[in-house]
Design a protein around this ligand. Structure first.
Ligand code: NAD
Ligand code: ZN
Ligand code: ZN
Length: 346
């Protein structure tokens, strides 16, 4: 089968031909119908050899959708033919976090060597993929996998980051979204749907600001040296109740702390360069600001997102690429010219 793999540190990913996998006991084989391209893929491919821990060759893709093509021993064959999304942050299924569906925070995954598809295990940017357990499938019925697959990360990660702060988004409050890319443009829609907050979006390109406005941002601003002052003009002295930083570089972390209001939440979602840090402490920001680094989301949250998609409240912008053209999707991601999410279709 064809797949896109990261094979050599520092080189771009490659389209390759590899054996089609077979499901082992308890596993499911999906015929992939759509796979999303995330900036985290670019982050891991930018790591120097001494920090790279994902194994090589690595079939990329941690946003996957597919049709169940075969099941391993012990798996109900009633699943055959089912269209599903793949819940990507696989955990053990047994620990306290997993028992609540928060497999993204599984306390045993590292010890057990459990890794997500595309981030250690073979990923979704291929004709077929193995899902380690039917528990990690969320059926989507007749929904279009191409526009639905970004829910698995570009939707799930902001959904988790927003719902944990919903109590702070009262009428008259402001939410700031930094970076209106794959995740950010979904975050804006979720904020609009789930809260009465005024949404202020920032990005570095006019195209992204136009996208931000078209999906519901009340205000859009260039993310430059004057950005904090610009945001403060909209929020007034109260500042923002929630700041979502989908970039995570030093200038955006500084911006986040500068616009966060008293008792606000700052969620650092973007991985940045892996070096930046938010400054907390006296004289470093508003009192009682909570700074969090959320990672992905819970299983039940992905089910909730699919329900939202069924209700038609989300309008996910996708740029579609054939698998043969998938490497180009990564070039466009790095160039910053994608509108919304790149989705690769085998
Ligand atoms: P993306 O490339 O689609 O979007 C990033 C956006 O940020 C782009 O629109 C870009 O123009 C904008 N941007 C760049 N520099 C900026 C700046 N200084 N100020 C404002 N905007 C700026 O990326 P994505 O796939 O949406 O991922 C966003 C980030 O979130 C990445 O760092 C990714 O690795 C990370 N991520 C984290 C999690 C998690 O669980 N925490 C999950 C998925 C992605
Ligand atoms: Zn991701
Ligand atoms: Zn667990």
């Amino acid at each position: 089968m064809r797949a896109i793999q990261y094979r050599t540190i520092g080189r771009e990913p490659e389209l390759v031909d590899i054996p089609t996998p077979e499901p082992g006991p308890g596993q499911v084989l999906l015929q992939v119908t759509a796979a999303g391209v995330c900036h985290s893929d670019a982050f891991l491919m930018g790591l120097p050899r001494e920090q790279y821990t994902f194994g090589l060759p690595l079939t990329l893709g941690h946003e996957g959708a597919g049709r169940v093509a075969a099941v391993g021993a012990g798996v109900d064959d009633g699943l055959l033919g089912v269209n599903a999304l793949v819940y990507g942050p696989w955990g053990c299924g047994q620990c306290w976090h997993c028992a609540q569906g928060m497999e993204n925070y599984c306390s045993r995954a590292a010890d057990l060597g459990i890794v997500p598809p595309g981030l250690g295990a073979p990923g979704a940017i291929a004709e077929y993929m193995i899902v380690d357990s039917p528990r990690h499938l969320v059926p989507i019925g007749e929904l279009d996998p191409v526009t639905t697959v970004p829910l698995t990360d570009a939707g799930l990660t902001p959904y988790h980051a927003i719902t944990r702060s919903l109590g702070k988004l009262r009428a008259g409050s402001s939410a700031v979204v930094i970076g209106a890319g794959g995740l950010g443009h979904v975050a804006i829609q979720l904020l609009r749907h789930l809260s009465p907050a005024r949404v202020i979006a920032l990005d570095v390109s006019e195209d992204k600001l136009e996208l931000a406005r078209s999906v519901g941002a009340h205000e859009v601003l260039r993310s430059d040296a004057g950005a904090a002052e610009g945001v403060r003009r909209f929020t007034g002295p109260a500042g923002a109740a929630l700041v979502l930083d989908f970039v995570g570089m030093q200038p955006t972390l500084d911006l986040s702390m500068a616009v966060a209001g008293v008792g606000s939440d700052v969620a650092i979602v973007g991985l940045g360069d892996g070096q930046a840090a938010a400054q907390v402490g006296f004289f470093r920001g508003a009192y009682e600001t909570n700074v969090a680094v959320p990672y992905w989301g819970a299983r039940h949250e992905l089910i909730e997102l699919v329900d939202l998609a069924r209700q038609g409240v989300l309008d996910i912008a996708v740029e579609r690429f054939d698998l043969d053209d998938g490497v180009e999707a990564y070039r466009r991601l790095l160039a910053g010219t994608l509108r919304g999410r790149a989705v690769i279709v085998p």
